[in-house]
Design a protein around this ligand. Structure first.
Ligand SMILES: [Zn+2]
Length: 257
């Protein structure tokens, strides 16, 4: 089924259903909230929200407004291809059609349970396909490591919570071979429920580089992945449209079949 067909089906389903009840049941929020507990890379600027105004103004009218700042790369966020690939697309240049697509969830929880430095292999991707069918072109593939259960405990989630030190991180990610295979399949986006597409001990960031070079966007710190079926959901991942951005905070939502 093409992406266009899927979108037409979605809109038809919306038309024939009554109110928002059905939608609420079918929608899953895959986004962690942004607040002082949000996990960032140890060397990155954390999320900061400051009241610029909060309360009655001179005329006695309620007026509230915050100033926010943060690294593009923390919490549930998008990695634009340019993050690790010179000349790759920036956040605002990714066609929105690539940020909506059929979701596949590759379950690697068992392997990650045995080894917190686990790298997803091409065999893991093929095992998923053997059970659920070939990963279609334009898919959004999410890697389910089970790490979401540690959020927002940085020590458990990253393996270390020493600010400024990224040398002792331990969490699963993708091997370059798995990234190669996903590029071969023509996927549009690859996401994961850990802090990085590459495992915590990576120093060469091969998965990022393979995916970025193919203009495949990434999603990191994706929440609630365990609530999705392996196949059949539609994913919508819309980052803040930062011109020249290397990524950005992203609201990720799934529509269940
Ligand atoms: Zn990132």
């Amino acid at each position: 089924m093409t992406k266009r067909t899927i979108l037409i089906c979605l809109s038809l389903a919306a038309c024939t259903s009554t109110p928002s009840e059905l939608c609420d049941d079918r929608l899953i929020d895959l986004t962690h909230p942004f607040d002082e507990n949000t996990i960032y890379w140890p060397t990155a600027k954390r999320f900061e929200l400051v009241h610029a105004a909060w309360g009655p103004n001179d005329q006695g009218l309620w007026y509230a407004s915050n100033d926010l700042s943060a690294s593009e790369h923390g919490g549930t966020h998008l990695d634009a291809p340019i993050h690790f690939a010179r000349g790759g697309r920036d956040t605002a240049s990714i066609p929105i059609g690539e940020l909506v697509g059929p979701a596949r969830v590759v379950d690697v929880r068992e392997a990650c349970e045995r080894d917190r430095d686990y790298r997803v292999t091409p065999a893991d991707i093929r095992a998923h396909e053997a059970s659920f069918g070939p990963i279609p072109e334009g898919a959004i593939v999410l890697i389910h490591t089970g790490w979401g259960r540690f959020w927002p405990d940085a020590k458990l989630y990253l393996g270390s919570d020493v600010p400024g030190d990224a040398s002792d991180l331990h969490f699963p990610g993708l091997s370059s071979g798995a990234a190669d295979l996903l590029v071969e399949r023509g996927v549009d986006v690859v996401g994961i429920d850990t802090a990085s597409l590459d495992h915590g001990q990576s120093t060469h960031f091969l998965a990022h580089r393979v995916l970025g070079a193919a203009n495949v966007a990434g999603l990191e710190n994706v929440a609630n992945v365990g609530r999705l079926p392996a196949s059949g959901a539609t994913l919508i991942a819309l980052p803040m449209k930062i011109a020249g951005g290397t990524g950005g905070p992203c609201r990720v939502v799934a529509l269940l079949p």
